[in-house]
Design a protein around this ligand. Sequence first.
Ligand code: UD1
Length: 360
Amino acid sequence: MQTLVTILGTRPEILKLWPLVDGLDRVTHHVLVHSGQHYSYDMDARFFDELGFRRPDIALDIGSASHGDQLSRLLSRVEPVLLARRPAAVLVQGDTNTTLGGALCAAKLGIPVVHLEAGGRSFDRRMPEEVNRVVVDHVATTWLAADEQAVANLDAEGIRGPSVHLVGSTAIDAVDRARTRLGASDIVGRLGLAPGRYLVVTAHRAGNTATDVLPGLLEALASLADTWPLVWPVHPRTAAAIEAQGLTMPARIRTLPPLGYLDTLALVADAAALLTDSGGLQEEAAVLGTPTLILRDETEWTYLLGYGGHQLIGATPASVAAGAARWLEPSALRAMRARPAPVRRGAADRAVEVIAALMR
Ligand code: UD1
């Protein structure tokens, strides 16, 4: 059996690789490497515990740092692992600094790179994730795309042929797997929330935590909290930005620490609507049927824009107010909820099949 090294390191990578790991363990000699980009219990170990995800074989402990420093630590710590293990391929997922470091290191050593979630594009190079995705796709040798748009994006950059596979998004499989266990979460009752009568917010993107956007976003959300109970599990990056910018979280907003996966899904499932800039949550809400207002001007998940349940509303006070006025009306919410999202199931199985064939 040939060796496959999978490199992960952040919350979204853990969640989106979870549905593949058992399959990969069966068809490859599978070495799981954790970069340590996310390291606190809330952002990392909790997910392994909760999901029954097996522990990584190797931990690199790169921790938090500037992007340059994070990348240099990744390169210098991944390289000896790849030299020692001599894998037939390296698998990376998504668009984080861990994804970039793992892919670049493998490519430099001439090791084939499989990129899960290839071809996603926001076309905004100010996003660190966009730079990461573009570079990773251009050093990868096998591309596992989530939707037709991603395949078209790759094609437009000259990446095409039999090594591009449309497999779907494994975030969908992850929700399906977890869904039967949502009853184990009592978060809605514990917080004293009435199902269907509250909003959930998450925001952590570099663009939305910047000094020219975050104050306005807080102001916009505070106004919304005048009419809706509004709960916000706050990402450490956002908490740090609020403090560094001398801002105060409006008292009407109910903040929570970062939540586990089941609590997150249960909270979103019962919300009237979700307001988010997270890529993963956009897909999770689609499976759960929760209307979603995206706090951005564009999204990589264009397949969710056409059906009506997901709307781009931006992150300025005026755009959030306009989005809320239009979409948080009872009739609009009912119409959004009534539309089934065009989600494609079975991505994890298809991805494992492609990797198994590659390793034969
Ligand atoms: C990273 C990804 C982003 C993904 C997000 C999900 C990149 C460029 N971005 O962003 O695409 O959506 O993860 O969470 O890789 N921190 C903690 N505990 C942790 C990890 C981080 O407190 O376990 C704090 C640190 O203060 C750190 C900050 O959060 O400086 C940001 O962490 P970092 O890993 O650099 O990026 P994220 O913003 O989490």
